[in-house]
Design a protein around this ligand. Structure first.
Ligand code: 4AD
Ligand code: MG
Length: 431
């Protein structure tokens, strides 16, 4: 007899199979008893008729509790009304792992309680759906770059040079060499690799000791960062819109069932198609002022500004050429307006805000050195990075897309922390 996963039941209609999983719910009328079982691939309903089974089996069924691990045997029937679309007429049942007083019950629990029990909460239908959407997004990212001949280059997590800003670094003692920092970005290493391979991307965990407790911030998050030799800022935005459209399209196309489980209205996602509208920072500030924001030229857009601006468009929007004071040291000075840099953010609609930060990189040795010094960074630590401007400097651009912000947006989550299995925030290190 076959032992099968719930997702495979369709191939076994009319046959006897064994399924292993965990109890979601049980109910019994005294004459007929129902069990909903999950195994990570789906749900199936098990049915037991009192008069058709022996006392021992009926008793074992009666003892089942939420999240008991078990193996059931039965005949597969297609039944559109049953959760998952199939029913098993049970002939046997073996408990393999009892579960008493599972802490997460169908009643409402508070958010902090759920996050304290994150290791168990992950089993819920909603969390399983989010995990599967995230998985699809990751696979879509890898497929996109593979198909375009980008080479994956894994960049270090322990670093000596600060990648973004000094204000939100995690540091640790590193033998006799002083401080090491947890990488905020792989970009600087990606730039070196782009000079070797042309088109590269890195994709891994990044760290920011963010003091902010917003629904958009984690202290550990995953970022994918392509870097492309000979792309200018314009090419960079074109790559971003193709990329975001592809990733969102893949999730909608292949994870429809999960998005339905999450009650996500996918019509805004279906509109996510290149080209995306573009607005310069300067025009964005003027527009925001007419929309009621009190932002002044020179200030970074706040989360509320991003939401307000993005609401004006039916798909993600690029804001480009920000003032250099609000952006990182490596962005290339805009030759047409040196107060600004050739960088862009990509703002997602529906209040999700910045999902991408990208730029053309400063490729002039002297200007880059001046920026490093002006930002109070130690030029010694950037000797290797400056070398890229000494030996065959080249026009190049890249960007970073935050995985959890993207997953939160696609899933329609109200907070980024549900977009990763074990979120890290200032007040959360367990489980
Ligand atoms: O705009 P950021 O800081 O850009 C960089 O790190 C560049 N080095 C990327 C590059 O050009 N290669 O971060 C990029 C993205 C943001 O748009 C956001 O989606 C995400 O990373 N991000 C965060 N996500 C969750 N929590 C945080 N604290 C985040 N900080 C940035
Ligand atoms: Mg940014």
């Amino acid at each position: 007899m076959a032992t099968v996963r719930i997702s495979e039941l369709g191939e076994f209609v009319g046959q006897q199979v064994t399924v292993r999983g965990w109890v979601v719910t049980t109910r019994s009328s005294g004459k007929i008893a129902f069990l909903v079982l999950r195994d990570g691939t789906g749900l199936v309903q098990g049915v037991l008729a009192r008069k058709e089974v022996d006392d021992a089996l009926w008793e074992r069924f009666a003892g089942l509790t939420q999240e008991t691990a078990l193996a059931v045997t039965g005949t597969v029937r297609a039944d559109a009304r049953a959760p998952g679309g199939f029913e098993l007429t049970l002939t046997d049942l073996a408990v393999t792992g009892p579960s008493t007083d599972f802490p997460i019950t169908p009643k409402e629990h508070g958010t902090s309680y759920l996050f304290e029990h994150r290791h168990l909460w992950l089993r819920s239908r909603r969390q399983v759906a989010i995990a599967r959407v995230r998985h699809e997004v990751v696979q879509a990212i890898r497929d996109f770059f593979y198909a375009r001949d980008f080479v994956l280059v894994d960049t270090p997590i322990l670093t000596g040079s600060i990648g973004e800003e000094a204000g939100n670094l995690f540091s640790t003692d590193y033998f006799d060499l002083g401080k090491a920092y947890l990488g905020q970005t792989g970009q600087l290493y990606g730039e070196a690799a782009a000079a070797a391979l042309g088109r590269i991307y890195c994709f891994g965990p990044t760290f920011r000791a963010e003091k902010s407790k917003t629904r958009r911030h984690l202290t550990e998050f995953w970022m994918v960062e392509p870097e492309v030799a000979f792309n200018d800022s314009d090419d960079n935005m074109r790559l971003q819109e193709d990329f975001v459209s592809y990733v969102v399209g893949r999730a909608v196309e292949r994870r429809g069932a999960e998005l339905r489980e999450l009650e996500r209205d996918t019509s805004p996602l279906e509109r996510v198609q290149a080209p995306f509208p573009r607005i310069s920072y300067t025009d964005a500030v003027a527009k925001l002022n007419t929309l009621g924001s009190d932002i002044t030229w020179g200030r970074d857009l706040g989360g509320d500004d991003e939401t307000l601006l993005a609401r004006e468009y039916d798909r993600p929007v690029f804001v480009f050429n920000y003032p250099r004071e609000v952006k990182a040291f490596y962005m290339k000075e805009n030759p047409d307006d040196p107060r600004t840099v050739l960088g862009n953010d990509c703002l997602a609609p529906e209040g999700y805000g910045e999902i991408i930060g990208g730029s053309q990189r400063e490729d002039d040795y002297d200007r880059l050195l001046a920026r490093i010094v002006a930002q109070g960074l130690d030029p010694q630590a950037y000797g290797w990075y400056l070398d890229l401007r000494r030996y065959g400097t080249f026009v190049h651009s890249g960007f970073g897309l935050g995985l959890e912000r993207t997953v939160a947006w696609i899933c329609g989550l109200s907070h980024i922390r549900e977009a990763i299995a074990f979120p890290r925030q200032i007040h959360r290190l367990f489980p």
